[in-house]
Write a protein that binds this ligand. Sequence first.
Ligand SMILES: [Zn+2]
Length: 203
Amino acid sequence: MESEALRSRVIETARSMLRLGLTVGTGGNVSVRCPGVNAFLITPSSLSYETLVPEDIAVVDLDDCTHKGRHKPSIEFRLHRSVYLARPDVSAVVHAHPPIASALAVAHKPLPLIIDACTFAFKDEVKVAEYGKPGSLELAENTVKALGDNTAVLLANHGILCVGDSLKAALERCEVLDKAALTYILSLIAGTPVCLKPLSDSG
Ligand SMILES: [Zn+2]
């Protein structure tokens, strides 16, 4: 069985996502690559994060999309799989429904690099993926396209997805994205936001 410690970290990340107000109820989902095999661990479908135990975490095969475990994987397992296939550099994915960043996703408005924290967390402005129904291949394809080589993406009329080389990094990006979205919306009220360039452009 894949490491119990890694399964526990998936559960801790999902609980943190909930406690940080980045999602409600059983919304959102968390996954991590399994070291040494072509598969990933992901939170199960429709189970409370607070009562999860390591054995509840599902395993999805990256090659054929089959899954193992006593529960079905999250409905968004195709979304996570597509990101891992497109981005070999990504080890963890957190998909959440935070209220403020989701407002930008509803407005189909990208988040520019407005504060230094954004330039550290994201490679460039955070784009909006075109709408796809939850759990659909269309959502997965649209998300991978808008994510590109960035570390975060807004999902139109749905939520956000952040990636990282660890669960901690992916979760922290979700926090930065939601807080920066609030700052951005307030700055639009205060005046005209002045945006920063990506760190890669600063020479
Ligand atoms: Zn969702």
